[in-house]
Design a protein around this ligand. Structure first.
Ligand SMILES: NC(=O)C1=CN([C@@H]2O[C@H](COP(=O)(O)OP(=O)(O)OC[C@H]3O[C@@H](n4cnc5c(N)ncnc54)[C@H](OP(=O)(O)O)[C@@H]3O)[C@@H](O)[C@H]2O)C=CC1
Ligand SMILES: CC(=O)N[C@@H](CCC(=O)OP(=O)(O)O)C(=O)O
Length: 344
């Protein structure tokens, strides 16, 4: 059994990790931590786990005093980096759900996150945890930087087109919409009920930190300079992301049939990417680890439109983290995933 700790489990991704790991046949949830609620049962914080997961919440400092094989960090960015620094000589594997080690260098991080990085060495060790692109490196890594939710949908939607050189890399437009759990559990004006309910808005224009994450990952697939215009939006739903991606083909022959073949070949060994024949909806992937993709060519405008849908808490966070853990421990990527999409 993989003895596992979840650090920061009073938040949304932490509790989602517990929900998924509970059903994993090779995992024993050894420890769940919280600073703000330590000493209370996990199920007192998340009552839907009552009678299922009643572990007493430990302080995160207990991680280093316990025999563990696996630690998930479900902490805010800027907080995770110090934990990773403290785990340098530990024997367990780590998947960090924050953005602290996803980018190429501390300099790029500091430019986009507008904060200092306290553990630059982590960038040398961390592997970007998108299994569809980096499974071989993830298998060998003890520190995985789990991707952001928006980047997961955008990169999976674009990777086949970029790698094949089918589209103009200088003009890629990613228009994404996310449910409110993407913003974390802490109440803030932007997540206030009356600001979200019956409303819809764009935010982070020109400057959202996921722009550089998407750009860096896609740039690794192709030598030409790549420029992404990324605009996130907040939907009045609790979970789910739908990204609508516009690209301009630079090869002569593009058709729906050719696009389908390109994506099928690229994702031949990707069990969680479903190539859809119709545009996916959020509920088609809700609660599952699927990324559903639909792509089509519009002859009138000479554009390719690609849609990618994920559950931000599953494929966009906790599910992807469990998929990465499976790879780190030499298990099939799909091991332990039992939840089918929840629709309605
Ligand atoms: N929500 C999403 O859809 C996604 C989130 N992520 C990333 O995953 C990480 C966790 O996200 P999420 O679960 O949504 O976050 P939440 O805000 O819901 O939870 C974070 C938890 O971290 C703990 N924590 C420890 N130290 C601090 C601190 N100094 N300030 C605030 N909280 C602290 C808190 O628990 P306690 O105080 O009890 O210890 C809190 O419950 C983040 O880095 C986020 O960016 C990535 C992809 C998608
Ligand atoms: C709806 C919403 O607010 N979403 C978050 C992104 C969530 C996520 O994946 O963020 P990390 O890169 O920090 O892990 C945001 O835009 O900041």
């Amino acid at each position: 059994m993989i003895k596992t700790a979840i650090v920061g489990a009073t938040g949304y991704t932490g509790s989602e990790l517990v929900r998924l790991l509970y059903n994993h046949p090779d995992v024993e949830i050894q420890m769940i931590t919280s600073e703000s609620r330590k000493g209370e049962p996990f199920s007192a914080v998340h009552p839907h786990f009552e009678g299922l997961v009643d572990h007493v919440l430990q302080p995160a400092s207990a991680v280093l005093e316990t025999e563990l094989d696996m630690v998930f960090l479900a902490l805010p960015h800027g907080v995770s980096m110090d934990y990773v620094k403290g785990y340098q000589s530990a024997k367990f594997n780590v998947v960090d759900l924050s953005g602290d080690f996803r980018l190429s260098s501390p300099e790029v991080y500091e430019a986009w996150y507008k904060k200092d990085h306290t553990h630059p060495k982590g960038f040398e060790d961390a592997v970007y945890g998108l299994p569809e692109l980096h499974s071989a490196a993830i298998e060998k890594s003890s520190l995985v930087a789990n991707p952001g939710c928006y980047p997961t949908s955008a990169i999976l939607g674009l990777a086949p087109l970029i790698e094949a050189g089918w589209v103009d890399p200088a003009h890629v437009i990613v228009d994404s919409k996310s449910g409110i759990t993407g913003a974390g559990i802490k109440a803030k004006p932007t997540t206030h009920y009356s600001n979200v309910s019956d409303n819809f808005k764009a935010y982070g224009l020109k400057s959202h930190r996921h722009t550089v994450e998407i750009q860096e990952q896609l740039s690794g697939l192709r030598p030409e300079p790549l420029q992404v215009q990324f605009t996130p939006h907040l939907l009045p739903v609790d979970r789910g992301i739908l990204s609508t991606i516009y690209t301009t083909p630079i090869r002569e022959e593009v058709s729906d049939q050719a696009l389908r073949k390109l994506y099928e070949d690229f994702y031949a060994d990707a069990p969680f990417v479903r190539l859809r024949k119709t545009p996916p909806t959020l509920k088609d992937v809700r609660s599952s680890n699927f990324c559903d993709i639909f792509t089509t060519y519009d002859e009138r405008t000479n554009r390719i439109i690609t849609l990618a849908a994920i559950d931000n808490l599953v494929k966009g966070a906790a599910g992807q983290a469990m998929q990465n853990m499976n790879l780190q421990f030499g298990l099939p990527e799909t091991r332990g995933f039992v939840s089918l999409p929840l629709n309605p």
